[in-house]
Write a protein that binds this ligand. Sequence first.
Ligand code: C5P
Length: 227
Amino acid sequence: MNYTVVLPAAGSGKRMKANKNKLLLELFNKPIFLYTLEVFQQDPNCESIWLAVKKDERELIETCVNQYGITKVHGYAEGGMERQDSVRACLEAIPPCGVVLVHDAARPFIDPSVISELVGTAQASGAAIAAVPVKDTIKKARDGIITETVNREQLWMIQTPQAFRYELILAAAQAAAKDGFLGTDEAMLVERLGHPVEIVESTYENVKMTTPEDLIYGKAILENRKQ
Ligand code: C5P
């Protein structure tokens, strides 16, 4: 089942404590976002890749894309203030298609078999998101005092990719913009339209490169894959 992927790549390096877009940081001499792009370049079911980038980073990113032979990039959209704005800009730029996958460019270690399950599920039911079961005990607290211990069995840590039928995610993204609703992932935008969203179990390796220690973990994953 073919799909189009939208990769928001217009963030910053604030939580990474980097003075530039963290996606441009390198793991073994290759920028982080290129590892992500290579996964989709190598997936025969991926028809086209669209990137949301900052205006002043587009030239640099386009140069890297060409240098590394990423031929499936069909277009770029200008990133916005929030991640949700960047994703919407891409969704409005892509030609209509069957299934769209939204994936953080900052998650380079996504398993291709998870992608294929997400696409199949979204094709069948409209919306599917990658997630892993919560490992730790989760508690709610107010003013530093525990108010509740939450039942872990129903809790999932949500990742990307998130896969949707094209019409559904476009409508959800545009409705959120019109209503001034800001979600923390695309699924929230679909959930508020009352549409069910299915979970596809992903891997703990699919970590988002967010804070400095994630880079250490990222390098360890790459080393382990070489063996
Ligand atoms: O900041 P965070 O890691 O949560 O961002 C997730 C993804 O969204 C990253 O790939 C980042 O580049 C992208 N992003 C974006 N536009 C923004 C903020 C983040 O494309 N305004």
